[in-house]
Design a protein around this ligand. Structure first.
Ligand code: SAM
Length: 361
């Protein structure tokens, strides 16, 4: 194929520049190019994962957070948030139920809560690994020193989700207080990768101040880091934040970006997020149809679900874990895929910037 535009360049797996990504984002709304990219995304998704959709049991174990990300409902400065944390035994009970339901990955997610010292986290990981050696443990507990990441890895953690949120310096400053920095976030991602984690980066779509320029920076970061997982969901305002009156991100643009990221990183583990399902009743099905291959139902105790309120109207806060899994199983089937009980690791692939990459794809 002779390369005519940035969409074709992406499909041909050529290294993309910032200008290429900006051009690609300019095609949002062009139905021919959007259809072409969606078709390619589904082809690649099928090539690497067939009909399978992997599932992760999400355990939101603390909503205490020392940070003050301006968009987030559980940021430290939100006096109205009702705080909770699960005891280690409660986390293990969630895993027990999850394992019984067929989950083979547990995601421990929380705010940055100093109560959970590194030793406490490591002990929880060891316990989970001892009782469920067939399961993967994913952490999503924010920025830590490299030595903490090393300790968790040695305790048995397999994966780490740390969305970079935005790779544009000025945009990062609009979303975070001065105590936080994009360079620290980046360093954490590279440390995690270096320590052998399967790493997840990602961004909200439509966060206040986002533009094609900042999204192009996000895509460049993903191209450079080559994470095994990418979390992309729409921004949704929370009533107790400075962004309460901002519009939510676009479902359509999120779907477009899911297809783009599937082509950029063909074997990536790509969740169809709860935020997508919050903005559109069929959002998660549409995410799967755009190239996503992971869903993350909630395993947190029902009594705490509403308290982990990152944004307004979050769905799945009133269902038991079994109901949540059953509902998603049906949704996955409706979208033409099959929910499986596997760890669902990313396959090993040569790196994109390696000259052998294209031959091996
Ligand atoms: N503290 C960890 C961290 O910072 O990575 C994990 C928990 S954090 C609450 C999980 C993710 O929630 C963030 O990476 C962010 O993208 C998402 N989030 C927070 N507020 C949101 C909002 N208003 N709309 C959509 N997503 C949001």
């Amino acid at each position: 194929m002779s390369i005519k535009n940035a969409a074709e360049k992406l499909i041909c797996q050529q290294a993309m520049t910032k200008e290429d990504f900006i051009e690609l984002l300019g095609y949002f709304g062009n139905s021919d190019i959007m259809a072409l990219l969606k078709e390619e995304a589904l082809k690649l998704r099928r090539k690497y994962y067939g009909n399978k959709v992997f599932t992760r049991g999400l355990i939101e174990f603390t909503n205490y957070c020392k940070n003050n990300c301006y968009y987030c409902g559980i940021r430290a400065g939100n006096q109205n948030a009702r705080r909770y944390r699960l005891a280690p035994e409660e986390i293990l009970e969630c895993c027990q139920e999850g394992h019984h339901l067929g989950f083979r990955t547990f995601v421990l997610q929380g705010g940055e809560d100093p109560f959970y010292t590194d030793e406490k986290i490591a002990a929880i990981i060891r316990e989970i690994k001892y009782h469920y050696p067939d399961c993967a443990v994913t952490l999503s507990i924010g920025e830590k020193p490299r030595e903490s990441y090393r300790l968790f890895r040695e305790a048995g953690a397999d994966r780490y989700l740390l969305r970079h949120e935005t790779a544009d310096e000025a945009h990062y400053r609009q979303l975070h207080p001065d105590s936080m920095s994009l360079s620290t976030r980046r360093q954490c991602l590279w440390d995690l990768k270096d320590l052998g984690y399967q790493v997840g980066a990602g961004m909200m779509v439509g966060s206040p101040g986002q533009s094609d320029q900042t999204l192009a920076e996000d895509l460049l970061l993903l191209q450079e880091l080559e994470p095994q997982m990418v979390g992309i969901g729409p921004f949704i305002p929370h009533h107790d934040t400075r962004f309460a009156k901002e519009p939510a991100g676009s479902v359509e643009l999120t779907l477009y970006l899911l297809s783009v990221v599937r082509i950029l990183l063909p074997a990536v583990l790509l969740p169809s997020t709860t935020a997508l399902g919050t903005l559109d009743p069929l959002g998660r099905e549409k995410g799967l149809a755009a190239g996503a291959n992971v869903v993350m139902p909630n395993l947190s105790p029902l009594r705490n679900r509403k308290q982990y309120e990152l944004y307004d109207n979050k769905i799945c806060t009133g269902e038991e874990a079994a109901e949540c899994r059953g509902c998603l199983e049906q949704r996955v089937r409706n979208a033409g895929f099959e929910l499986v009980s596997e760890r669902g690791d990313a396959p090993f692939l040569p790196k994109k910037l390696n000259p052998m990459y294209k031959e091996n794809r």
